[in-house]
Ligand binder design. Structure first.
Ligand code: MG
Length: 241
């Protein structure tokens, strides 16, 4: 008790000796908006629902701005060789929730097994791959920032099971002269497990060579990859940050 009293007296002395008050470091400048969270992974009240069933297909086009040829019902499934799809709306900094499922019947191996991808701003790929007991280069497995960052752990469920990514993305900023002002950052939670912790992207995803930033618009569509495997998606929602 004596120790506690001494500590409190000393603390008061420290505060006063600098002429500062606790209230000086209280930040009242921005009241966080009240948001009603959804049940489990259902969209919260301020989310833009991008896919909750075939009725949402109107929010998407194929990458060549034509109709989406993927199989659309309660879930959305890649139709191999029909091409990737993208949102009509463009996005910059976002929180994205997306659920995906690789085919239950295993076909192919390595990069050929349950491959798709979530391209933030149509440029920065979060890899979708059946990485359950399926070895490939680590910076190309599920949850990697393709060819840039290996996930912290492998949180993959077996093929045929639904999996969730919760992605927090900070878009890169460019100066007026086109040079990079600040790079893109990504955080990913895979099935409730942190697998990428605010990692810095070196530039847009490239298959060959080193990534390099090139100035682009502040907002661009979200793109989903057709990598010739019938990967499915559902419950896709996004929040502008
Ligand atoms: Mg991919």
């Amino acid at each position: 008790m004596k120790k506690i009293i001494t500590f409190l007296i000393l603390s008061l002395f420290v505060i006063n000796s600098h002429g500062q008050k606790p209230a000086e470091t209280e930040d009242w400048s921005r009241k966080p908006e009240v948001v009603t969270p959804g049940k489990c992974t259902l969209p919260p009240s301020d989310a833009i629902v991008l896919y909750a069933g075939a009725e949402d297909l109107g929010k998407w086009t194929n990458v060549k701005d034509g109709p989406v040829n993927w199989k659309a019902g309660e879930i959305l499934t890649v139709k191999p060789k029909s091409g990737g799809i993208k949102t009509i709306q463009s996005f910059g900094d976002v929180q994205l929730h997306i659920e995906w499922r690789s085919p239950e019947i295993i076909e192919g191996k390595g990069q050929g097994r349950g491959n798709s991808g979530i391209f933030l701003m149509s440029k920065y790929e979060v890899q979708v791959l059946d990485s359950y007991e399926n070895e490939t280069y680590y910076n190309g497995q599920a949850g990697s920032l393709y060819k840039q960052h290996i996930p912290l752990v492998n949180a993959c469920r077996p093929p045929g099971n639904w999996q969730a990514y919760d992605i927090i993305f900070t878009a890169p900023r460019f100066k007026d002269d086109g040079s990079l002002d600040s790079p893109a950052y990504v955080t990913i939670i895979h099935n409730g497990v942190l697998i990428q912790n605010h990692v810095e992207l070196m530039g847009p995803t490239v298959f060959i060579g080193k990534p390099k930033y090139k100035s682009h618009p502040e907002k661009l569509p979200l793109m989903l990859q057709d990598h010739n495997n019938p990967v499915s998606y559902r419950n896709i929602w996004i929040r502008n940050l």
